[in-house]
Design a binder for this molecule. Structure first.
Ligand code: CMC
Length: 427
């Protein structure tokens, strides 16, 4: 039996159903609030608002738990592959061997881009940020793949989803190649999803490229850690864009645009830049003091999270992966020592303890990506590549939801009340 929540507003008592999910906080269903009271709720930043029903991802921010379709992120990162997790997010269950092979073949068949898109790249400046290029090219996909833009057809929705997952590595690798002035490499479908991306990024036509299995595994794990994260800003952007009936390619371009911001996916680039700027452990206290200073806008990048008030479980896996990659590549970037000591000092500082600020997924990811050879500007592009699967899975879920409506928040208006127009000569 479900509970109700009572609300007293001037002149009226109203009652709303309380809905329970499979796990996590209950929600008060206030859909009738405006009709019954003429009032809205006010919740900038949606800190107390559930915008939809979803069965994909669950986060318990206090306990530091992240589950995809019920499976803990640590188990998925250790034991599965990005392709398996993609299948799981899209279809609800882990694939058996036959289903996985079929899915991998389907994705593989869609890795090439329409040849005309190569010309599209040449319109960008060489020094453009890869996220600017990704955003433009992903949006342009709807100009090339008209046969998968009818969102009322579940088959077309699935083809568009497979295309987006498959083409994103090609798009990201081409953005990188364009920036360094090297020729684009066509996908090699004999390689794994991640191996293929590494080859398209770091290979050249003049030489054979050998995929390093440790790097391939580490990057695949990084993709798993970024695959989905519930109703974060970019996913909510994709859902909001999609709620109007916009085609999936346009929606993913909107998601990429949102992800780029430094408070969201752009934090991985900002975190490594910060660690490099700090440079030596002796300088850490100065940066901690700045992060605590109310008059200084500086924040510790890669620290803090809207939902996690405990260690981000993705950061735990990320920290372990740094050591594996360093060992395999025989590198020892001093920036890792700065990161470890910064984490230790911040976690013993009352400011960070009281505000429950812990390292998030972006704190260590840049250290690994840099060791693999990616320039910092590519970090957020890699996040976009991996998050594409979450975006398309969430978009599909929304389109299939019978309760789905166009997203249309309201506001607390504080501008001028009605007044008469004054001609320019009389102002
Ligand atoms: N360094 C110093 N102080 C911080 C930090 C930080 N990184 N993060 C939050 N605070 C303080 C903030 O000043 C505020 O203090 P007060 O209550 O005294 O005003 C308090 O902690 C709460 O912060 P908030 O900004 O109200 O919290 P939020 O939930 O709106 O923001 C956040 C979450 C992730 C945007 C924020 O923690 C932040 O800016 N972190 C740095 C950027 C970052 O690492 N982003 C990646 C997030 S995880 C991956 C992703 O989503 O893409």
């Amino acid at each position: 039996m479900s509970d109700t929540a009572k609300l007293q507003v001037p002149g009226k008592d109203v009652e709303y159903p309380v809905l329970s999910g499979s796990v996590g906080p209950d929600v008060i269903d206030i859909r009738k609030l405006y009709g019954q009271t003429g009032m809205f709720t006010y919740d900038p930043g949606f800190t107390s608002t559930a915008s939809c029903e979803s069965g994909l991802t669950y986060i318990d921010g206090d306990q530091g738990v992240l589950l995809h379709r019920g499976y803990p992120i640590g188990q998925l990162a250790e034991q599965s592959s990005f392709m398996e997790v993609s299948y799981l997010l899209l279809n609800g269950e882990l694939p058996n061997q036959e289903e996985l092979t079929k899915f991998e073949n389907t994705i593989t068949r869609h890795t090439m881009l329409h040849e005309q898109l190569a010309t599209f790249y040449r319109g960008f400046r060489r020094d453009a940020h890869p996220m600017a290029v990704m955003c433009g090219v992903a949006g342009a996909l709807s100009a090339f793949y008209h046969d998968s833009t009818d969102i009322t057809d579940p088959k077309q929705r699935m083809i568009a989803s497979h295309r987006l997952i498959a083409k994103m590595p090609t798009i990201a690798a081409m953005a990188y190649k364009y920036s360094v002035g090297q020729p684009f490499l066509y996908p090699d479908n004999s390689l794994s999803y991640t191996g293929n991306f590494l080859r398209m990024t770091f290979g050249v036509p003049a030489e054979e490229y050998e995929v390093n299995p440790v790097v391939e595994k580490a990057l695949d794990r990084i993709f798993i850690l970024h695959a989905d994260h519930e109703q974060n800003a970019s996913t909510s952007t994709v859902r909001l864009a999609g709620s109007s009936g916009a085609n999936p390619f346009a929606c993913i371009a909107a998601g990429i645009a949102c992800l780029w911001g430094p408070a969201h996916g752009g934090a991985n680039e900002a975190a490594l830049n910060m660690l490099r700027e700090i440079g030596r452990p002796e300088r850490i206290p100065e940066y901690i003091a700045r992060a605590k200073d109310k008059n200084d806008p500086f924040r510790l990048m890669g620290f803090g999270h809207r939902v996690y008030k405990n260690y981000d479980p993705r950061a735990t896996v990320m920290q372990k992966t740094v050591r594996e990659v360093f060992e395999a590549l025989k590198v020892n970037d001093p920036v890792f020592e700065v990161a470890l000591q910064l984490e230790e000092m911040a976690l013993s500082d009352p400011y960070f303890i009281e505000k429950k600020l812990f390292p998030n997924v972006d704190f260590y990811s840049g250290v690994i990506l840099s060791a693999i050879g990616f320039p910092t500007t590519m970090f957020t592009a890699l996040f976009a590549l991996a998050r594409t699967v979450g975006w398309v899975a969430q978009w599909n879920e929304m389109i299939s939801d019978p309760e789905q409506k166009i997203g249309r928040p309201r506001q607390l208006y504080t501008g001028p009340v009605q007044r008469d127009y004054v001609p320019v000569g009389k102002r």
